[in-house]
Design a binder for this molecule. Structure first.
Ligand SMILES: Cc1ncc(COP(=O)(O)O)c(C=O)c1O
Length: 385
């Protein structure tokens, strides 16, 4: 195994056809598919056209749950499969034992996937508290200031979608444990690019879709639920495969499976699972620490270059709060800056009045520096040149 702290970027570029077309720096919006993912899904579909396909892919769900457990430091029994982040978070919101008068706390930088499921509990008498962000996300200080003894859930993203603020999951999780709160995390902006340890962070429930940093297909995600919490949760739905002994179709015995599969309802999205499995296996082989180190190196370069050029960095610059997302303000019309980057085949996102850049393991230094090259200096050169 190589002793370099970085992945073999040249080898990775061979896996990602998008590298032949553009500088793709937009994984916080949607990731790209590697050849491996594409080929695994294509093979599945070809096999599925033959009867033998059913047998060959019988174990994909189990393999996927094992790989996702490795990715998060969970056990396979604690991993369930859902379509997307929103579905997993809705599951948490509706399965946790919340009472009228309890409150759920989140900050005003949260993506709505982790807001609406909680607001949807308001008719049941659950209060939601949207607290101001500090420096781009939810801080321990803000939590302490706004929580009270009826705070039962703290809902947060591991990385905030707009600012790239990396939440202090260890501190927030420890606070939740001390105060008897459930800690619910939206992991989609960090899983696949930063290491995750659900045990170290004392996370109760985590949900994550596949198509961003995991670079899997759309429509396949997963959730983690802390094993010893399972019996406190009331599954909001019951399907034909949610129960122990489900293959005895006409027993009608509603005894839920002992693990996270109790939330499975029926036939899963096997083509999506095959794709996500190939994606996660690829990431695990590269190594999450190496991916995190390389994307930090790239965003360091970008931050330095943009500062020299006179742009204002919106992302929190503190090393502990940095992620693989770097957001900055342009000097003038953001639409124009966005259009110029896209026209130059530098693929990024425009979010509110900012430009958001989000590189992954296969991006190069040359690619990340294209952002500044295309935009030029903020103060000496107008955006309409
Ligand atoms: C923090 C966060 N959560 C969730 C999502 C997407 O949710 P879903 O997986 O339900 O489509 C996004 C997409 O931008 C996001 O940034």
């Amino acid at each position: 195994m190589s002793s370099s702290p970085y992945p073999d970027v040249d080898a990775l570029r061979e896996l990602f056809p998008v590298t032949e077309q553009c500088a793709y720096l937009n994984h916080a919006a949607v990731g790209t598919l590697s050849n491996r993912v594409r080929d695994a899904m294509a093979t599945y579909l070809s096999d599925r056209a033959l009867a033998s396909g059913l047998v060959q892919h019988e174990y994909v769900s189990e393999d996927l749950r094992c790989s996702l457990a490795r990715l998060t430091n969970a056990t396979p029994e604690e991993i369930g499969l859902v379509q997307n982040t929103s579905e997993g978070l809705n599951l948490a919101a509706n399965a946790l034992p919340l009472e009228p008068g309890d409150n759920v706390l989140f900050c005003d930088m949260e993506f709505p996937a982790n807001v609406y499921p909680w607001m949807n509990l308001q008719p049941r008498g659950i209060e939601t508290r949207c607290v101001p962000h500090h420096g781009g996300g939810l801080t321990l200080e803000a939590l302490e200031e706004h929580a009270d003894d009826r705070t039962r859930v703290v809902a947060v993203s591991s990385v905030e979608f707009l600012t790239g603020f990396r939440s202090d999951l260890a501190a927030l999780g420890a606070w939740c444990r001390r105060h008897g709160c459930y800690f619910v995390v939206d992991g989609i902006q960090s899983l696949g690019v930063l290491p995750m340890d659900v045990k170290a962070y004392e996370i109760d429930f985590l949900s994550c879709g596949g198509p961003k940093w995991l670079m899997g297909p759309a429509g396949q995600g997963f959730f983690y639920v802390r094993g010893d919490l399972l019996d406190q949760l009331q599954p909001p739905f019951a399907g034909c495969v949610s129960v122990a002994g489900w293959e005895a179709w006409r027993d009608y015995d509603l005894t839920f499976l002992p693990d996270a599969r109790r939330f499975d309802l029926g036939c899963g999205n096997l083509v999506g699972q095959v794709g996500l499995l190939a994606a996660v296996q690829t990431l695990l082989t590269v190594g999450m620490n190496k991916i995190a180190a390389w994307t930090r190196h790239l965003t360091d370069l970008l931050m330095e270059d943009l500062r020299c050029r006179g742009y204002r960095i919106v992302s929190n610059p503190s090393p502990e709060r940095r992620s693989a997302i770097l957001t900055f303000a342009v000097d003038g019309d953001v639409d124009q800056a966005y259009d110029r980057l896209i026209a130059a085949d530098v693929i990024i996102s425009k979010r509110e009045t900012f430009i958001r850049v989000s590189p992954h393991c296969y991006n190069t230094e040359e690619e990340i520096l294209r952002v500044g090259e295309v935009l030029g200096d903020a103060q000496t050169r107008g955006l309409d040149d």
